[in-house]
Design a protein around this ligand. Structure first.
Ligand code: PFF
Length: 436
């Protein structure tokens, strides 16, 4: 089968950064940062992203670019006994996709609400009730989820260059422009600087061990590492040359967007007196209240939710590409059919997830509903386990044979040290906490 390729390195970097930049950076990062000592959390998050994050991302990409295959990547380089690692990454991607598509659907629903002007009125309590009513409805969020999944299908079925790359080429710059615009509006509001201080000034007393581990988990999720997605994207590179530099670019862009998300959200919250530690509902419940108080609020709210759609979609694209690549390669299916199969599975799998916020909220296992269970099993168990397996494979089994050519001696030693010691120890930490 003809192996697909990126048309340029820039196209690849935008696609990989698009996978990383998503709801994790824009929706989760601000409220987790607020709860964990602002700048102190940011510092640790950046530290993890630029050490462990770069090491794992580079490892995943190298594996793909050297093996030229995706599913067989582990097996062809390390032997069939490592197949389980790739398979676990695929299963985890499918599970994440099911709940990610539901939240992606909410962003679509909220964009429609913002455009129609129905978010223009109501105080914080009314908006909270609206959010709870919206997600608990048995119909609308399910339809939004189906629409979101269908959108991902449209973007990916065209191919690596004509689908994924072409979409990401306009999505990423527009995301950046929309965020810069919203951050600029926020920063000019009276009282905005208090928000900037809250975001950037470190308060180490509020950052406990729990916060440090949260930073590690968020760095993993927000770089999309721990599933093999970057192995698939790496397989579409013409060679392994320059993988180190590209990986650094991806982490740099993803971190930049996370920081920009903070600069976009903290100042408006401070200016309007809303507590940024409001939790996961922050974006959907409180941001509309913020926009009501701004000039051109309806337009800005529509822009904000459209931005969330774009961010979520660029991550969903990577999940679909990874999964469809497995189906096409293993069973020789055409891309379009593979995409259809995966999306049908995601559509079906997302319905119970969506219903778990409403009629099926009573269906629980270990005290968690379906959504919480999927989130927990993927982020706290499967992704770290994949990361652990991958770094052990890279550090101890493949070792020097896989190091990128042209990398200086000290960098090689650093990378190898990261794979052998730093990553397994840190990831082991998250896993133990996840199980605890
Ligand atoms: N990195 C995405 C985000 O931060 O929203 C989430 C994600 C996408 C995780 C794709 C994993 C993945 F494969």
């Amino acid at each position: 089968m003809q192996q697909s390729q990126w048309s340029s390195r820039l196209g690849y970097i935008l696609a990989a950064a698009g996978s990383a930049v998503g709801l994790g950076a824009i929706w989760k990062f601000p409220y987790v940062t607020a709860a964990n000592g602002g700048g102190a959390f940011l510092l640790v998050f950046l530290l993890f992203s630029f050490t462990l994050g770069v090491a794992v991302l580079m490892g995943e990409t190298l594996l793909g670019s050297l093996s030229r295959g995706v599913v067989g990547a582990m097996a062809s380089l390390a032997g069939p006994r490592w197949r389980w690692l790739g398979a676990m990454g695929l299963l985890c991607s499918l599970l994440i996709f099911c709940f990610y598509s539901v939240v992606g659907g909410w962003t679509l629903g909220y964009t429609a609400m913002a455009l129609s002007g129905s978010l223009n009125s109501g105080d914080g309590a009314a908006l909270t009730a609206r959010f709870n009513d919206y997600v608990a409805d048995p119909l609308w969020p399910v339809l939004s989820h189906l629409a979101f999944a269908a959108l991902a299908w449209c973007c990916v079925q065209g191919g690596v260059q004509k689908g994924v790359e072409r979409t990401l080429r306009w999505m990423m710059p527009s995301l950046l422009v929309m965020m810069l615009l919203l951050a600029a509006v926020g920063l000019t509001l009276p009282g905005a600087m208090a928000g900037v201080r809250h975001f950037l000034l470190p308060d180490f007393d509020k950052l406990g061990m729990e916060g440090v581990l949260d930073a590690l988990g968020l760095a993993f999720f927000s770089l999309s590492i721990g599933l093999g997605i970057h192995t698939t994207y790496g397989a579409y590179l013409p060679s392994s040359e320059g993988v180190g530099r590209s990986s650094l670019w991806v982490v740099l862009l993803a971190s930049l967007i996370a920081v920009l998300a903070g600069l976009m959200i903290f100042p408006v919250l401070a200016a309007t007196g809303i507590d940024p530690t409001a939790g996961p509902g922050l974006t959907f419940m409180t941001m509309p209240a913020v926009f009501q108080q701004l000039p051109f609020g309806q337009g800005l709210a529509s822009l904000f939710f459209a931005l969330l759609v774009v961010a979520a979609l660029s991550s969903a694209i990577s999940l679909l590409e990874h999964l469809q690549c497995f189906v096409s390669e293993s069973w020789g299916w055409r891309r379009r059919s593979s995409c259809t199969l995966i999306i049908a599975l995601v559509m079906a799998g997302g319905i119970p997830v969506s219903l778990s916020f409403g009629p099926w909220s009573g269906v629980t296992l270990f005290g968690k509903n379906i959504f919480e269970l999927l989130d927990f099993v993927t982020s706290n168990l499967m992704m770290p386990l994949f990361g652990l397996g991958l770094t052990l494979l890279l550090g101890w089994r493949l070792g020097r044979t896989i190091l990128p050519k042209g990398l200086g001696q000290p960098w090689q030693a650093l990378l190898l040290g990261g794979w052998r010691w730093l990553a397994p120890l840190l990831i082991g930490g998250i896993l133990i906490r996840g199980l605890g």
